[in-house]
Design a protein around this ligand. Structure first.
Ligand SMILES: CC(C)(COP(=O)(O)OP(=O)(O)OC[C@H]1O[C@@H](n2cnc3c(N)ncnc32)[C@H](O)[C@@H]1OP(=O)(O)O)[C@@H](O)C(=O)NCCC(=O)NCCS
Length: 140
C-alpha cells in the first residue's frame, strides 16, 4: 500500500468516495460531479491537504485536513473502501498526515464525529483522539 498526497488525477476518485461516504452516513446525496467541484475547490486552496491510500494502482481511501491557524488544523471526513477496512489503511493515512502537520508546526488536530458513528468514533479513539466537548441537539 502506498500513502501519498493526492494529485489532481485522484480528484474524480476522491469525489466518488465522497459520494459513497455521504450514502454511508445517510446524508443527502449529490451526484459525483457536484462533489468533484467541491473537492477541486478545496484541492486548489493551499489551506487543504489531501491524502490518499493506493493499493495495486487503485485509490482505496482518502482523508485530509484544513489548516485553521498557525498551530491548529481540522481533520476532514475520511473514507476507506469497505473491502479494505480493518487493515490499517486509516491508521497509515492519519500517521502520514500527522507527520506532515508536525513539520508545519501544527500541534492540535480537531475533528467532528457523529455520536452514532461507532466505527468512526472507535477509529479516532484507537488513533489517540479524545473528546474535548460534546454537541447536544433537541429535535423540534
Ligand atoms: C472509519 C474508517 C475510515 C476506518 O478506516 P479503517 O482503515 O478500516 O481503519 P483502520 O483499519 O486503520 O483501524 C484503526 C483502528 O481503529 C479501530 N477501528 C476501526 N474500525 C473499527 C470498527 N468498525 N469497530 C471497532 N474499531 C474499529 C480499531 O482499533 C483499529 O485497529 P485494529 O484493527 O488493529 O483493532 C472506515 O471504517 C470507514 O471508511 N467508515 C465509513 C466512513 C466513516 O465513518 N468515516 C469516518 C467519518 S468521521
Amino acid at each position: 500500500m502506498v500513502i501519498r498526497c493526492a494529485t489532481e488525477q485522484d480528484l474524480p476518485r476522491i469525489a466518488e468516495m465522497t459520494r459513497d461516504l455521504t450514502v454511508h452516513m445517510g446524508a443527502y446525496t449529490w451526484a459525483v460531479d457536484k462533489h468533484l467541484k467541491h473537492v477541486r475547490r478545496r484541492f486548489e486552496n493551499s489551506r487543504y491537504i489531501h491524502i490518499v491510500a493506493e493499493l495495486d494502482h487503485s485509490i482505496i481511501g482518502f482523508t485530509g485536513v484544513e489548516l485553521k491557524t498557525k498551530r491548529t488544523a481540522y481533520m476532514l471526513k475520511g473514507y476507506v473502501e469497505p473491502s479494505c477496512r480493518r487493515t490499517g489503511v486509516m491508521r497509515a493515512m492519519e500517521k502520514r498526515l500527522t507527520e506532515i502537520l508536525r513539520e508545519l508546526g501544527i500541534s492540535k488536530l480537531d475533528l467532528l464525529v457523529d455520536s452514532g458513528n461507532r466505527e468512526g468514533r472507535s477509529t479516532w479513539v484507537a488513533l489517540g483522539y479524545q473528546s474535548v466537548r460534546e454537541t447536544m441537539r433537541k429535535e423540534l
